[in-house]
Write a protein that binds this ligand. Structure first.
Ligand SMILES: *Cc1c(COP(=O)(O)O)cnc(C)c1O
Length: 357
């Protein structure tokens, strides 16, 4: 392992953090990893103090959005170590996203190395309160200065960190979800499988409107027929219907291949659920509810891990799921994943990447 050059900050940001009220993505760690792409290759990269980045008004990413990001977490374990959950999946997905928007790929090995060294340096930023974690946010963007729709010749990767609270600080409240029939997030052949900025810009208006109408998030339908379910907000979605766990397939090319989605699918087998990765129409969900077969609905994603869904509203009709209470499987997936991440139970699948402290 090559040693990454480190320039340490002389002024820690640690004391500015409101540790009893972390929220999500409000506070940033002391250091960042930065690597630049120039003349056809990524630099070795270095770790330096978190701070401003200069850019020109002509920086192409501002105009044309050639940028992608990732999201993963470091957890304090019960024996005071640090685990990062399945970062190799994020390394692969980062390159999948890069390829989709013509950003040159970044070595998976160097990516893991950078995250390891960054979290090791800022280890005091990994909270030791259960449910809290250090969120790791890599972002890659074109840095060329030009107007014109073509790919940049230069790029920057920055990996930053943010201590985050549990999504469930105020108790685990099931979400109220509006099924959107006015807006779509992605279409086949589009950007849906990439974690790229445009997808999130495209989602803002629908989400704002849903919030104004009293919902927490939007459930996205497929962009062609507006029938099949894609995702919920920036999470994958799962339905327990009868004794089957149903989730939309990756094969349509419109949803993100979530690490949490994959984790839940693997754990579901152990819990005795049958798994179906298949197209599921909003109509089928409402019909299953009518005949009493719709047991649980939840979203999956790194930020919240598992988000129970208590209400779905579609074109004037609402259904309440599981009495607006968190379901048994939903709770079990949440508890199991959190217990694996914190080292409380055996990590059978070797999902944890431990930091050598
Ligand atoms: C990040 C993200 C997810 C969840 O992926 P995880 O790897 O589980 O965090 C799902 N859908 C979208 C659109 C996302 O951006």
């Amino acid at each position: 392992m090559a040693d990454i050059k480190i320039t340490q900050t002389t002024k820690t940001r640690f004391d500015n953090v409101d540790w009893s009220n972390l929220g999500f993505g409000k506070f940033f760690g002391d250091h960042v990893f930065v690597s630049d792409y120039e003349n056809g290759e990524w630099s070795e990269g270095e770790i330096m103090p978190y701070g401003e980045v200069l850019f020109e008004p002509g920086m192409c990413t501002l105009h044309y959005g050639q940028t992608i990001f990732e999201g993963l977490k470091a957890f304090r374990t019960v024996d005071n170590g640090i685990n990062i959950f399945r970062p190799n999946m994020n390394a692969k997905r980062l390159n999948h996203s890069c390829a989709r928007v013509c950003i040159p790929e970044f070595s998976e090995f160097k990516f893991l190395d950078a995250i390891h060294d960054l979290v090791k340096l800022d280890q005091k930023w990994v909270p030791n309160v259960k449910g809290q974690s250090l969120y790791i946010r890599p972002v890659v963007f074109g840095t060329g200065n030009f107007l014109g729709v073509y790919k940049s010749e230069t790029y920057k990767m920055i990996i930053m960190t943010s201590p985050v609270g549990s999504y469930y600080e105020g108790g685990l409240n099931p979400l109220k979800i509006l099924v959107s029939h006015d807006f779509v997030r992605a279409v086949r052949g589009g950007l849906g499988t990439a974690k790229t900025a445009a997808n999130y810009a495209a989602s803002l208006l629908a989400t704002e409107k849903a919030k104004a109408a009293g919902f927490h998030q939007v459930l996205w339908l497929d962009g062609v027929n507006m029938e099949n379910i894609d995702e919920v907000g920036a999470m994958n979605i799962m339905f327990v219907i009868g004794d089957e766990l149903i989730t939309p397939p990756l094969s349509q090319g419109t949803i993100l291949a979530g690490v949490t989605r994959d984790t839940v699918i693997k754990l579901a087998e152990e819990m005795g659920l049958r798994i179906a990765e298949r197209g599921i129409k909003v109509k089928e969900v409402f019909e299953a509810h009518q005949v009493g077969l719709l047991k649980e609905v939840f979203g999956t994603g790194t930020a919240a891990v598992i988000s129970p869904i208590g209400l779905l509203h579609y074109q004037g009709n609402s259904i309440i799921i599981n009495n607006n209470e968190i379901g048994a499987y939903t709770q079990k997936f949440y508890d199991t994943i959190v217990a694996i991440q914190s080292g409380e139970i055996e990590d059978k699948y070797n999902w944890n990447f431990s930091i050598s402290l």
